[in-house]
Design a protein around this ligand. Structure first.
Ligand SMILES: [Zn+2]
Length: 313
């Protein structure tokens, strides 16, 4: 059986009653479960966020080896469970974890990326674009082609854009008047003209606006040539933008079907994380899985990069 690049096929398990599926995935994070198992949170290509259990993975002779570590890109086969799916097969597609973990800046950037992906995607809601964006960003971090902080900001901007909130860095975000404009307003969606400008808008440096536009569009010649102070100011704006949308529930916007090619979503299931006595194979999930909102590196990142805009308008 080759790697699955489309919709997961209607595979059926050996006992012909358990639904099996195959998908490409990035490992977002892992948690110990019992003596030898782990819960693995994945961003899959076709099923969005998926929580799986890998049985025996912490034993030295586990057949999964190190393939279920954070930042690994894998081809995975699972069977569906009531709360958690169970991993039956894993093949490595790309190993980014080793290189990323050797570089602290790349590691922190990658950690913020996987936590953001977990916040922006929903369980069993297809998120192909977010999956491809994350794989590309991890690959870029590994290659060391660009400053990791630029790769992170490019990832965050595009991730927000995919979620439905592409910021504007040139034309007015409210009326569309051709730019460039001096004022920038997070709530308005980016740069705003003098007519639309809400009170309290910021006035970032024009170079910062150019940098952010280049990160969003993928113009790395401009981004790589940017000055440190513009990168700092840009990171602050990106963080503020992300935080503003996360607090207002990015999830509600992701149902916009922009290209009409989204595969149908499998039935929604919810993980009873906080329910007392929630069990999967006799294990109390609430005791081992942190709440969905726990994203320490992302929260630290957002807290540490408040916008430091040089002059208010
Ligand atoms: Zn306007």
């Amino acid at each position: 059986m080759g790697a699955c690049h489309g919709e997961p096929g209607p595979l059926v398990g050996e006992n012909a009653s358990v639904p099996l599926y195959r998908d490409e995935a990035v490992v977002l994070r892992t948690h110990k479960l019992g003596e030898a198992d782990r819960i693995i949170t994945l961003l899959t290509r076709n099923r969005g966020l998926v929580r799986t259990v890998a049985k025996g993975v912490r034993r030295t002779r586990s057949r999964f080896g190190a393939r279920l570590e954070p930042f690994m890109v894998i081809d995975i086969q699972c069977y569906e469970g009531r709360n958690l799916d169970t991993v039956t097969q894993v093949e490595t597609l790309a190993v980014y974890g080793d290189a990323i973990c050797r570089d602290y800046t790349a590691y922190t950037a990658a950690t913020v990326m996987v936590e953001t992906a977990e916040r922006l995607c929903e369980e069993h809601e297809p998120a192909t674009q977010q999956h491809l964006l994350l794989v590309g960003a991890l690959r870029s971090l590994t290659g060391g082609e660009h400053d990791p902080s630029l790769v992170l900001d490019a990832f965050l901007l595009r991730s927000i854009a995919i979620a439905g909130w592409a910021p504007s860095f040139y034309d007015c975000a409210k009326c569309g008047a051709p730019g460039p404009h001096r004022a920038f307003n997070i709530a308005a969606g980016g740069t705003v003209c003098t007519v639309c400008r809400p009170p309290g808008s910021a006035a970032p440096a024009p170079e910062t606006m150019r940098l952010l536009a280049s990160l969003l569009s993928g113009d790395w010649v401009i981004a790589d040539g940017s000055e440190a102070r513009d990168r700092r100011e840009g990171s602050g704006l990106v963080s503020a933008f992300l935080q503003w949308h996360l607090e207002r529930g990015v999830r509600s916007l992701r149902h916009v079907d922009r290209d009409g090619t989204r595969p149908p979503a499998p039935p929604r299931r919810t993980l009873p994380l906080k329910a007392a006595g929630a069990h999967e194979d006799g294990v109390d999930l609430a005791a081992v899985v942190p709440p969905l909102g726990s994203h320490p590196a992302l929260d630290r990142h957002l807290g540490a990069t408040q916008p430091d805009v040089r002059e208010p308008v």
